[in-house]
Design a protein around this ligand. Structure first.
Ligand SMILES: [Zn+2]
Ligand SMILES: [Zn+2]
Length: 173
């Protein structure tokens, strides 16, 4: 099994990254990344809004979450309908609101399940960076590392010509 961890090349410029923080990328074969992908598809509203987060502590999953907590599946997405660029106008859609982002849903899920996310790690499938609100929540919870999928900055970036948006089910199989 290939579970290598790679450090993204320095050319990756994140829309937001707190001082002193990094995002590492892991292969699609990594067991926790595989699980994050499963979580993303479990509750997907549409293929352009598919993300999942898995919180891991002491090699044990303590919480999982996907964007919108099912909101998009039943209500659709006003941001998507209006072609809002990534990271903007979250107020238009409750499902896209940062408190419903997969990172924060996973944090809440861990707490509900009686776990302390202190020094946990988070594995994200379906996006390549974390928004200001999610980084803030992760830092408050003292999550120690964020992992995304290898080449997430290509696969999940709307403006990248080689992205997989709309074809996510082909990624990581
Ligand atoms: Zn939405
Ligand atoms: Zn977020």
């Amino acid at each position: 099994m290939n579970t290598r961890i790679t450090t993204p090349e320095q050319s990756i410029v994140y829309p937001y990254l707190p001082e002193g923080r990094s995002i590492l990328q892991v292969s699609s074969e990594h067991p926790f990344m595989k699980l994050a992908r499963e979580v993303a598809f479990e509750h997907k509203g549409s293929l352009t809004h598919t993300s999942g987060a898995v919180l891991v502590k002491d090699n044990t999953v303590i919480g999982t979450g996907s964007i919108g907590s099912g909101f998009h599946r039943t209500n659709g997405c006003a941001r998507q309908d209006k072609h809002v660029p990534t990271g903007m106008a979250y107020e238009l859609c409750l499902g896209c609101h940062p408190s419903n982002h997969s990172e924060q849903v996973a944090l809440a899920n861990a707490v509900i399940n009686g776990h302390d996310p202190f020094q946990a790690e988070v594995y994200l499938w379906g996006h390549w960076w974390c928004c200001v609100a999610c980084w803030s929540a992760l830092e408050i919870a003292d999550v120690r590392q964020v992992y995304t999928l290898e080449n997430a900055h290509v696969f999940f970036e709307k403006s990248h010509p080689n992205n997989f948006l709309g074809r996510q089910e082909e990624v990581g199989n």
